[in-house]
Ligand binder design. Structure first.
Ligand code: BG6
Length: 293
């Protein structure tokens, strides 16, 4: 089918009625719904669905740069490119092919990309909607250049929450983080779990591979499992920054939280012929255990 822009998008469905949409614009997941039709990812009502900017919501891919600390545009160019469907994808493991719905996309640099980032790569993205409704994203970046290159990466995941002041994140306590609000200064997380009462823009370092986001009001817990992604970005723009963004509603910060599996502090370096894999698995669990934590 087509997305809002006439750009092709792929709709994945499982037998229970869960659904995921992936746009060829950016290889961006733009929707993920459970079997009851409830949307699990946030999308701004003011989102601009027009290249060359990624729309605010879903899961944009930040590559080969995260943020604006580098010579490239904010979060790199991959999220602003039109990807193609990969006709020679890596095989799906046999035990994983049962009933799963998936799509393989591919991005190779254009002449224009090579001018601002002179490294030949192949970026393969597989998006899988599992039989139980879990969403999996597998990114494989291969160096097809004659020299090594380094990059940063993030699955910029906009989770939909009922009320940001009722949300907490578990799994990041006691970790060191870089605070983007204070020139990337380094701090150590002191709290038991992370809760929100003002703007947050942090990169947590050397994090565990499982992070939980508890939405108390909706009695829902997002479980984020990741591999190859040591860092976790936590972002909420809060009131003032929301008002300054044209493609984001003034009050929408209350209904979203970005928690990204990422590789930022230490860049990934690939020698010619080498490949890197970064996996993200998102699940939703009813959180009756919330209150006991
Ligand atoms: C976050 C950055 O991850 O992404 C923020 O840390 C940034 O600084 C935000 O504002 C959104 O970025 P963009 O380019 O999608 O508006």
């Amino acid at each position: 089918s087509k997305d809002w822009n006439g750009i092709d998008q792929v709709v994945l469905r499982n037998r229970q009625g869960a659904l995921a949409r992936v746009s060829l614009h950016g290889g961006q997941v733009t929707s993920w719904r459970n079997e009851h039709g409830e949307e699990l990812l946030f999308t701004s009502s003011k989102a601009i669905f027009k290249p060359p900017k990624a729309m605010q919501g879903g899961i944009p891919l930040c590559f080969p740069q995260f943020g604006n600390c580098g010579s490239l545009e904010q979060h790199g160019f991959a999220r602003n490119k039109i990807w193609i469907v990969d006709d020679a994808p890596p095989p799906l493991p046999q035990n994983e092919s049962d009933g799963r719905s998936f799509i393989d996309l591919l991005l190779k640099p254009s002449e224009e990309d090579l001018k601002c980032w002179p490294h030949s790569f192949e970026f393969r993205l597989r998006v899988v909607l599992a039989t139980d409704g879990d969403l999996m994203l597998i990114s494989r970046v291969r160096n097809v250049d004659g020299k090594p290159f380094s990059f940063s990466f993030a699955y910029h995941t906009y989770l939909s929450v009922s009320d940001i002041s009722e949300v907490r994140v578990e799994g990041l306590e006691t970790l060191d983080y870089l605070d983007n609000l204070c020139r990337r200064e380094r701090f150590t997380e002191q709290g038991d779990a992370i809760t929100f009462e003002s703007e947050v823009d942090r990169v947590y370092l050397s994090s565990p591979n499982v992070i939980a986001v508890l939405d108390h009001e909706r009695k829902r817990t997002y479980v984020i499992r990741k591999e190859g992604l040591p860092d976790v970005v936590v972002w909420n723009p809060w009131e003032k920054k929301s008002k300054s963004m044209v493609d984001f509603g003034d009050e929408e910060y209350k209904q979203m939280l970005c928690v990204d599996g990422a590789a930022i502090e230490k860049q990934i370096t690939l020698k010619p012929g080498e490949e890197w894999t970064g996996r993200l698995q998102l699940s939703v669990e009813p959180s009756s255990f919330c209150s006991e934590h």
